[in-house]
Ligand binder design. Structure first.
Ligand SMILES: [Zn+2]
Length: 650
């Protein structure tokens, strides 16, 4: 070959080599946010060589004073076929990660959760252990693009593998001052339960991601794009609401309009004895008629559904939740929950979601919103603070203007600010609930105006004079308590006790959620210690109830849907009658939110929020789990179809 030509060929080879090879090193700094508050960073490095690439990532944040750190590494061939993955540390306060995956010719050795599995890989497979770190999700997307964008992929560790579906959702132009950045937006379904949003730039580098950590919203934004955080949240929200509208279209109500349900045992929730062989006439979302079939005249020409053998109870309430993803909407209806009080969320997410559900464009429970306010500083939660009376008036007014029913006070609010917030809220016709702020007692919190208290913030034994005094004080003040006992049980159970022993619903939830909760629990205690701690709390709940303090059922999320059932069961374990436990999740909750003239019982004129169960919960409270159909505002939904729509097993 003549010298000249040889030189040209050599330079072409060099050129094509450069074009094929990614840069020899990549570095990224991703700012981490919890419920939009900046709380830490992920730094990653990727080195490329002839054999492929090696990623190493340091993921590190501090949430309300608690440090969460994770280190991860990933080696892959030049085409991103994985070779070795490891992750160690924590990805959330109660989520320990210690996994290692070695790939070799269509098989993988997966070590996770203290067990080792040999897995034959049947489809494109990539290692990802939960949402963190974001750089591994970036490589997952690059792998997907390089391998023909398969409709479905597997990820490990899983049970034994997870199914992941990636979808391109469009291109976004993000404006940052005078700079414009064009990004590709993807939804990733299956790394966590439900869809995440991930943005990559034109070089394939991570730009932003929206996911959930331990059930609450979590965002990663590349440092140079930090100012666009709100834009990312708004665009991600738009996709998610569109996803919920798709689920809504695919899961239409079995019945709407005017119809009669006959033959069931009716537990109307007023406390009256059940009515056997009852009839409920629903007309345009309301209860038009209810009573014994023998004595109730059915309007002529009304379609009738015979549900003999079933039991009808009022729609359930979850009085303590954080609906941080749209998948909660079908889950709640499937579990019989027709009203949920959200106790702190991202404003840019929850307001459009509430409105989409209220307009019936999207199915879901009625959402009542409590706007969270904390005291500011590095350990604060969320991004809405009040440290002066002016700030208190401003943020309370802002929530009021957007239709929030309540304010939720968080732990760093100072005593004078409790007074400022509650007086401002009361002026606007809102009520105030929340945590007993740090350094205050529950008695002081209610003396400063709090109408309700979240969690069971009472120490000591139920029969001690101090506790008896507090109970009497709360009774005198008319304070409402949501004691979140199922949440305490979920995190406080002895780590050796399987969650399924008390929460059988865990066997029906999707694998990413299962991995999250099957590791929850308290290490270093035995089952009887855990149980006696729980029982101490239940005795206080019973003492409050006996004194006349309204107890409302709330979960703080827990196992989606099923924790509502567990909360109700725990009240029966505390000594409530099944009727009283049911009322805590229906009429007592409705009364606490001043909506009892519309909701909470099955009475003529009220909204038609009903649950049709396969068995009577007054015979055995566990029957509250046997939801067959849920009726919200007269629209009848099939529980099994709703569970399936978000990958639960009915
Ligand atoms: Zn909460």
């Amino acid at each position: 070959m003549p010298g000249m030509l040889r030189a040209i060929v050599a330079s072409l080879v060099a050129l094509s080599f450069t074009a094929l090879q990614a840069p020899s090193a990549e570095h990224g700094t991703i700012r981490l946010h919890y419920v939009m508050k900046p709380i830490g960073v992920e730094r990653y490095d990727i080195t490329h060589d002839a054999a492929g690439l090696t990623l190493s990532s340091d993921f590190d944040f501090t949430d309300r004073g608690g440090r969460v750190q994770l280190t991860a590494s990933l080696q892959a061939a030049a085409d991103l076929t994985p070779i070795h993955f490891s992750a160690k540390g924590k990805s959330y306060r109660f989520v320990n990660v210690d996994s290692d995956v070695r790939f070799d010719k269509g098989a993988a050795v997966v070590r996770a959760d203290g067990a080792e599995r040999h897995i034959a890989l049947e489809e494109p497979t990539f290692p990802v252990d939960g949402y963190a770190p974001f750089s591994v999700q970036m490589l997952l997307l690059r792998y997907w693009k390089l391998h023909g964008r398969p409709q479905r992929m597997a990820t490990v560790p899983g049970l034994p593998v997870n199914q992941v579906v990636i979808e391109p959702r469009g291109r976004d132009v993000i404006r940052l001052g005078s700079r414009m950045v064009t990004l590709d937006r993807y939804s990733v379904d299956g790394v966590v339960w439900g869809r995440e949003t991930i943005w990559l730039d034109d070089t394939g580098a991570f730009a932003a991601g929206i996911t959930r950590a331990g059930g609450l919203s979590f965002e990663g934004v590349r440092e140079d794009l930090e100012d666009a955080l709100v834009t990312f949240v708004e665009r991600g929200t738009r996709d998610r609401i569109a996803d919920l509208e798709t689920i809504t279209a695919r899961t239409p109500p079995l019945r709407t309009g005017t119809y009669a349900v006959t033959g069931a045992t009716l537990v109307d929730g007023t406390g009256k004895p059940p009515i056997a062989d009852a009839v409920v006439v629903v007309r345009d979302g309301r209860i038009a008629e209810v009573g014994r079939r023998a004595t109730t005249t059915l309007p002529t020409g009304v379609p009738t559904v015979n549900v003999a053998g079933k039991t009808i109870v009022p729609g359930l309430w979850d009085m303590h939740t954080h609906v941080t993803q749209v998948e909660w909407a079908p889950v709640y209806l499937a579990a019989g929950v027709t009203t949920a009080r959200d106790m702190g969320n991202e404003f840019e997410f929850i307001v459009p979601l509430r409105d989409a559900i209220a307009s019936t464009r999207a199915l879901g429970p009625r959402l009542l919103l409590a706007g969270l306010i904390d005291g500011g500083g590095p350990n604060a939660f969320g991004v809405t603070y009040a440290t002066t009376p002016e700030e208190a008036a401003h943020v309370v007014g802002g929530y009021h203007d957007h239709g929030f029913q309540q304010i939720k006070i968080y732990s760093l609010i100072t005593p004078p600010m409790v007074s400022a917030i509650t007086s401002e809220a009361h002026k606007l016709g809102m009520t105030v609930t929340g945590h007993v702020p740090n350094g205050m007692t529950i008695d002081e919190a209610v003396d400063r105006g709090m109408d309700q208290i979240a969690h069971l913030a009472i120490r000591g034994e139920a029969d001690s004079p101090e506790v008896e005094e507090t109970v009497a004080h709360l009774r005198a003040k008319g304070t409402v308590i949501d004691p979140t006992q199922s949440w305490n049980e979920l995190l406080g159970h002895a780590a050796g006790t399987p969650v399924s022993a008390f929460q059988p619903g865990i066997l029906k939830i999707p694998p990413p959620l299962n991995r999250l909760f099957s590791n929850a629990g308290t290490a270093g205690i035995d089952a009887s210690t855990a149980r006696s701690r729980l029982e101490r709390g239940l005795r206080i709940v019973k003492a409050l109830h006996d004194a006349g303090v309204p107890i409302v059922a709330g979960t703080d999320e827990g196992i989606p849907g099923y924790s509502v059932h567990r909360e109700i069961e725990l009240y029966v374990e505390a000594g409530f009658t099944p009727m009283e436990a049911l009322q805590a999740a229906t009429i007592v909750s409705a009364r606490a939110m001043k909506l009892d003239s519309e909701l909470g019982t099955i009475e003529r004129g009220k909204r038609a929020d009903l649950v049709v169960l396969d068995a009577n919960p007054l015979d055995d409270i566990h029957n509250i789990r046997k939801v067959r159909w849920t009726i919200r505002d007269g629209r009848v939904y099939d529980a099994a179809a709703l569970w399936r729509s978000v990958k639960f097993t009915p």
